[in-house]
Design a protein around this ligand. Structure first.
Ligand code: NAI
Ligand code: MG
Length: 345
C-alpha cells in the first residue's frame, strides 16, 4: 500500500540535505508519495508569525510519517518558532520515543585513538515528551535583580514506563539507564523504580545504571560497552550529540521520533540548520539519509534500509564525503555517490 510522507525541509541546510536524501530514497523505487510542506520555515514565520498552521498540521496527521530537515534561523530571536514546529509535532503526535542510533560507519571517522577497540554501536533512547521540555514553569519578579526562573523537570510514571518498555524491546545485549537520581531525587525515584521492574521482567538482557556524568565519561573511555541507553529528554539530547561525534560526526547522525503504539514517526537528522555553512551546498547529507533509512525500516522495508546504510558506508570508504568528514565534495555529489553505490548493489 502507498505510504504518504509529509516532507518539511525547514531552514538553512535543512532543504539542502533533505533534497539529496529524498532523491536517494526515490532511487529505491518504493511505493511512497511525498507531500511537500516547503513553506514551513523561518521566512513564513517572520512574515506571518505562524510556525505551523493547523492546516499543515492536519496534512501531517493525515500522512504516515514526516521527513524533517532542520529549523532555526539567526533572524528569529524567539524560541516560539522552534517550539511551534518541532515541539508541537513531537508533543501533539505524542512521539514519546526519540531513537538515536550511533554506529561507527568507518574506523577512519572515529575521534578516538584506538578506534577498533572502542567502536561505538549503540542506540540512545531519549524520552521525548517530558522532562525539562514540558514547558512547565515561569518567571517571578521579571526584570528585577530578584528575577527567578523555574523550569520544572517532569517525569510521569506512565511516561517513564513506556519509554523504558521501548528500550527493552529493541535491546540486543543490554540496557543502561542513565539518570541523576542522587541529586534530582523525585523524578529519579520514578526512573529507578520503573527501571528495576523492567530489568526483572527482562532477565536475559543485561541491565545497568549510570549517573549521567559518569555515562558521558564512559562513552568516551569505552563506548563499545553500550547497547541501548535509555534516559530523559535533556540527558538524551546531550549524550546523543556526544555519541554522534564518536560515531563519526554530527552530520552523520540520524534519528526517529516515534510513537511505537500508533506507529507514526518523524524522521530527522540530529543536527540543526547549520547557519554557518547554509547556502553553500556543503552540508553532509548522511544524517538525513540515515534518518530516512530508519523510516523505511519502520515501514517494513528492511532490505532497502540496509542497502541505504551500506551505500553510505561505501561512499565513506571511497572518501566521497563532505568537508566535515575530511572530504571536499558538495552535498549533491555525496548524494550522487550514495546513489551510485545503490545502483551497483
Ligand atoms: P547545528 O547542528 O546546526 O550546527 C552545529 C555545528 O555542526 C555547526 O558548525 C555546523 O556547521 C555543523 N554541522 C551541523 N550539521 C552539519 C552537516 N550536516 N554537515 C556539516 N556540518 C554540519 O547546531 P547549532 O549551530 O547549535 O544550531 C543552529 C540552528 O539550528 C539553531 O537555530 C538551532 O536552534 C537549530 N537546531 C535545530 C534542530 C532541529 O531542527 N531539530 C536541532 C538542533 C539545532
Ligand atoms: Mg540536540
Amino acid at each position: 500500500m502507498t505510504k504518504t510522507v509529509t516532507v518539511i525541509p525547514g531552514d538553512g541546510i535543512g532543504p539542502e540535505v533533505t533534497r539529496e536524501a529524498l532523491e536517494t530514497v526515490d532511487a529505491l523505487g518504493l511505493d511512497l508519495r511525498f507531500d511537500l510542506l516547503d513553506h514551513v520555515n523561518a521566512d513564513t514565520y517572520l512574515r506571518t508569525g505562524v510556525s505551523l498552521s493547523d492546516e499543515d498540521f492536519g496534512r501531517v496527521k493525515a500522512s504516515d510519517a514526516v521527513l524533517f530537515g532542520a529549523i532555526g534561523d539567526p533572524r528569529v530571536k524567539t524560541s516560539d518558532y522552534g517550539r511551534g514546529v518541532l515541539l508541537r509535532l513531537r508533543f501533539e503526535l505524542d512521539l514519546f520515543v526519540n531513537h538515536r542510533p550511533a554506529t561507527l560507519l568507518h574506523e577512519d571517522l572515529s575521534p578516538l585513538r584506538d578506534a577498533r577497540a572502542g567502536a561505538i554501536d549503540c542506540v540512545i533512547v531519549r524520552e521525548n515528551t517530558e522532562g525539562l521540555y514540558a514547558d512547565i514553569g515561569g518567571v517571578l519578579r521579571e526584570n528585577t535583580e530578584h528575577e527567578t526562573a523555574v523550569d520544572a523537570d517532569v517525569s510521569t510514571y506512565m511516561g517513564v514506563s513506556r519509554v523504558m518498555e521501548y528500550a527493552y524491546s529493541i535491546a540486543r545485549r543490554g540496557v543502561c539507564m542513565v539518570d541523576k537520581s542522587n541529586a534530582v531525587r523525585h523524578g529519579g525515584k520514578i526512573w529507578q523504580r520503573v527501571f528495576k521492574k523492567a530489568a526483572s521482567r527482562n532477565p536475559i538482557i543485561r541491565s545497568t545504571h549510570l549517573y549521567v556524568d559518569t555515562a558521558a565519561m564512559k562513552l568516551i573511555s569505552d563506548p563499545s560497552q553500550f547497547d541501548v541507553i535509555v534516559t530523559n529528554n535533556s540527558y538524551g539530547d546531550i549524550l546523543s550529540d556526544l555519541a554522534a561525534v564518536l560515531a563519526g560526526g554530527l552530520g552523520n547522525a540520524g534519528s526517529a521520533n516515534i510513537n511505537p503504539v500508533t506507529g507514526f514517526g518523524l524522521y530527522e537528522p540530529v543536527h540543526g540548520s547549520a547557519p554557518d555553512i547554509a547556502g553553500r551546498g556543503i552540508g553532509n547529507p548522511f544524517g538525513a539519509i540515515l534518518s530516512y533509512a530508519l523510516m523505511l525500516e519502520n515501514f517494513g522495508w528492511t532490505a532497502e534500509a540496509s542497502a541505504l546504510r551500506r551505500a553510505v558506508g561505501t561512499a565513506i570508504s571511497e572518501r566521497r564525503v563532505t568537508a566535515d568528514l575530511g572530504g571536499s565534495l558538495g552535498t549533491k555529489e555525496v548524494g550522487e555517490a550514495v546513489r551510485s553505490a545503490l545502483s551497483a548493489r
